[in-house]
Design a protein around this ligand. Structure first.
Ligand code: HXC
Length: 255
């Protein structure tokens, strides 16, 4: 693999974006390598969480401008450029973005496809595509608006300004801000915590939370309740509740 590095520790898989000469710009090759690497891991019951990170200096400075710059509208449509990233969004394994430095354009959009976002004090978020004569193209106009609201999304997308980690946390884009050198350890600890819970409940929780962005309250609460009922068919539910009553740690088996 040329553009990413993968490490696995027990149930946690860490993916490091690695194109340092272009600030981890998200090229087609990077997307393909990332999806090819994560696809089998997403299907592996022994994997409980992904951590996606960049370097200590940059998460990703966006889609690869050099790669895109010469393409025509016909090329873009024929390739359905960026459509592949939706596969990342549809993976069922929870994922945590660990962000140091720039998360711009496609980098910010990749962050928004993650479930938790741990940001360092130095992190910088933005959708500066307007400065290139285009708009966000990997879901930025849609996900940012849902996550931070129309007023803030319009501000970022129309002016191209960036926001720091604290503003991003206040706005609802970031889960936690930590010192820069604590980003990866914090993300990894959170990933290990999530990965130790029962897979059926973790997957159900993610799907229900994300459903809130897709549907109305009545439909959403009904969906949640039905999923909640269904979890009573799992051994993990019996184990979790028995362990509580027996004052011991649960041993979830993901079934
Ligand atoms: C390709 C990139 C790049 C990118 C940086 N580089 N970002 N190459 N695609 N997105 C390259 C630079 O050309 C440069 O290469 C090297 O990385 C270092 O970058 P510098 O600009 O010299 O670094 P610095 O001065 O520290 O500035 C950092 C930065 C700036 C503020 C992050 O690089 C920047 O503004 N980058 C572009 C950010 C952006 O516009 N992102 C959105 C992309 S569009 P050389 O060879 O000169 O050393 C997108 C979705 C588009 O994501 C959707 C359209 C359909």
């Amino acid at each position: 693999m040329n553009t990413i590095k993968i490490e696995r520790h027990n149930r946690v898989v860490t993916v490091r974006l690695h194109r340092p000469h272009v600030l981890n710009a998200l090229s087609g090759e990077l997307m393909t390598e990332l999806l090819d690497a994560l696809r089998p891991l997403d299907a592996d019951p022994e994997v409980g969480c992904f951590v996606v990170t960049g370097s200590e200096k940059v998460f990703a400075a966006g889609a690869d401008i050099r790669e895109m710059s010469g393409k025509s509208a016909v090329d873009m449509a024929a390739e359905d450029y960026f459509a592949g990233w939706e596969e990342f969004a549809s993976f069922r394994t929870p994922r945590i973005a660990a962000v140091n430095g720039y998360a711009l354009g496609g980098g910010c959009e990749l962050v928004m496809m993650c479930d938790l976002v741990i940001a360092g004090e130095s992190a910088v978020f933005g959708q500066p595509e307007i400065k290139l004569g285009v708009i966000p193209g990997i879901g930025g106009t849609q996900r940012l608006t849902r996550l931070v609201g129309r007023a803030k999304a319009m501000d970022l997308i129309l002016t191209g300004r960036t926001m720091d980690a604290h503003e991003a946390e206040r706005s609802g884009l970031v889960s936690r801000v930590v010192p820069d050198d604590r980003v990866l350890p914090t993300a990894t600890e959170a990933a290990a915590t999530v990965a130790a819970y029962g897979t059926p409940a973790v997957r159900a929780a993610r799907e229900c939370v994300d459903r809130a962005l897709e549907t109305g309250l009545t439909e959403g609460t009904l969906f949640e309740r039905r999923v909640f009922h269904a979890l009573f068919a799992t051994e993990d539910q019996k184990e979790g509740m028995s362990a509580f009553l027996e004052k011991r740690e649960p041993n979830f088996r993901g079934c």
